[in-house]
Write a protein that binds this ligand. Sequence first.
Ligand code: SAH
Ligand code: SF4
Ligand code: F3S
Length: 434
Amino acid sequence: MKKVYIKNFGCQMNESDSEVMAGLLAAAGYAPTDREDAADVIILNTCSVRLSAENKAIGKMRELGKLKAKRPELILGFCGCMAQKHQEALFKTLPFLDFVCGTQQIRRIPELIEQARKNREYLIDVSVMDEYPVDQSVAVREGMLKAWVPIMRGCDNYCSYCVVPYVRGREVSRPLKDIVSEVRRLADGGCKEVTLLGQNVNSYGKGLGDTKATFPRLLEHLNDIAGIERIRFVTSHPKDISAELIAQFGQLPKLCEYLHFPIQAGSDRILSLMNRKYTAGHYLDIVAKLRDRCPGIALSTDIIVGYPTETEDDFQKTVEVMRLIAYDSAYIFKYSTREGTAAAGRTDDVPLKVKEERNQALLALQEKISAEKNQALVGSQVEILVEGASKRNPARMTGRTRQNKIAVLEDAAALAGKSIVKEVRRATAVTLYC
Ligand code: SAH
Ligand code: SF4
Ligand code: F3S
């Protein structure tokens, strides 16, 4: 049997796409491998969100080119967001590539591989479609306990810094009944936790022509599925989170007390330049409502430092909101110019050194806050879905709490796949020891 190695870069949407690729290739007779030297086909599923992500993928593919020089029958495919962005130009940078496949043509990958076997021409498909472009139901997942479930693809928001709308295409929702039947099937197979994926889940249903297909309704349907214990989702755009969704936190039993809710910046001037369509004040109001409805809710965020023209004063506003909100965790990124986006028309004028300092300052602040928040949980009872042995110490088990915090347990070997309630004995900024 031929073997395929799929290496993933980028976000959960890409991980989910890699699972679809794995499913399509399994049907075409390929067994998965995670060893480059054992693979007949290697696919990189790439990300374009920042220059650093692109450089990583190019570097990796150059390395694989050396492997192919020794083994010319090895087939190399370049897929994902960078494929959609750079298209034919990739053959110039990486002349040894066999095929390039965009984000909406995943189903053509087995065929592209077959063609590549027969001839040595450059093969490419980066065409885009109006309808939902992949059959999610073929996804092959690694474990059964937790699953990513895409509910929409693409993005129509055009935040000024962001390449995603250009590489993922227009927003298209997946039919509600398809999502419900996939989650039912997952539950039958032993899945207990689903994370719904979309660039902005609040606009789920747009274009489906079904007034009942809204995000809150979808959550209710999934909440009714026996076997599913936890529902999460990423990402919700602050500009249009609905009162109905806010009210579901703390109400809908399976909806976890956790929300990834990217603010990006604390300065209204920068938020407006970013085309985010909310102010820091509006965002703080939503957080107050969420915490009022669901006092235990954990919040995480994404922040960009060094957006063009960001002054020290603007940056201090970000520091201020991070102190005020006290997130449970935060992902902090240095602004990276993305060709073709609105922000690329501005000079990237914040020096790298300043971006680095701001990045470090926020990381340090967040670490302190995360440690305090976790410390406050010591002595309380938390529900943990036990996943398996800890990578660091196989004698211990790990899992996550409903608030999405990592928990480490001793003596829980028999409990893999079960939800248990435990007392938090001690805590660090990233881990609860129970
Ligand atoms: N749809 C999601 C985000 C997807 S991209 C949302 O709207 O929240 C993930 C994160 O990458 C973004 O939230 C943003 O913080 C960061 N990001 C996007 N473009 C970037 C850029 N050009 N430079 C630095 N960070 C960026
Ligand atoms: Fe990018 Fe904004 Fe869309 Fe998120 S909502 S993917 S940040 S354009
Ligand atoms: Fe995700 Fe990166 Fe594409 S963040 S959508 S893999 S550009």
